[in-house]
Design a protein around this ligand. Sequence first.
Ligand code: ZN
Ligand code: ZN
Ligand code: ZN
Length: 364
Amino acid sequence: MDNARLAAAAGAVRDAGLDALLVGPSADLRYLIGYDAHAMERLTLLVLTADGHAHLILPELEAPAARASGAAELVELVPWAETEDPIAVVHRLLTRPGPPGAVAVSDRLYSVFTLRLQAALPGTAFRPSGPVLGPLRIIKSPSEQQALRAAGTAIDAVHAAVPELLRPGRTEAEVGRELSELILAEHDEVAFVIVGSGPNGASPHHAVSDRVLEPGDAVVVDIGGVRDGYCSDMTRNYAVGTLPAGYAELHAVLAVAQEAAVRAVAPGAIPSEIDRAARDVIAEAGHGERFIHRTGHGIGIEVHEDPYIVATNTTPVAAGMAFSIEPGIYLPGRFGMRIEDIVLVTDTGVERINHRPREVLVAG
Ligand code: ZN
Ligand code: ZN
Ligand code: ZN
């Protein structure tokens, strides 16, 4: 990692009229300096001032890990000893010429630290870091796009193995454990595993349970991992033995809705309209009120990040953005279904990075 991201962030700090950007352990910190710090009661804080100087205030005992990450080549480490007050260290750094007028604080910094910093800098305005770092992170560089494609290929390979795992008599948890192993074989980390069988499929963020798979169950499998720092996230629908009554017709509607939303993606497309492309198809079929979430979310070093493909987002998408298209239909007490692919906005249109068949696959 070079310091191009820090330099761009310092430029954004200046453009926003801020004196400094304060970033705690988070995806933002990983993005800027490649250091995956622990979020905990001891303060770790990147202080990036408008002039481009970067200091990493961190507990002394974390310094070896920070050095091992390579962060020391990008920032000056400022370790604080166990009995020192780290807020005083930050205060000294920030007030060298005089107290700062305004600083941005990362969205994920523990509020206990933000509150102490505010108390130490009573004349300083505190702003959220989202508007500063968001525009940098939302556009994926060619190498980030390549990492997302590789993660997409990895999760495609895991889904290819799902039909063999969904046998009657097994529990969702047993299937989930095997899925975790398969995800790890293709990724560095498991991000999440959802095996929603029968009525559990109607809860979009159900994880796994001890429910035993039965013939005639519909099963939503939504899985993701992290590979070289970038996330995968993909949903397909399966059935054990036979499809439940009424399922095939609904799944056909869902597939049309998902395709319509993918086709609506292009540089300049409005997220609310991409969302509506999927929602209109499901509403016309009479199930609009059973599509209970947004159509998609951005993805990168976090599973959920900007841009959100939702009716309230009217900021056009641009080449280099990556997000999910994942409409779903949920019938409480019966079953649910969701088809999810990650797409990249290209200079001319859209590229899907998941390629497994989208029809429901009958297993078991
Ligand atoms: Zn989700
Ligand atoms: Zn998902
Ligand atoms: Zn998703």
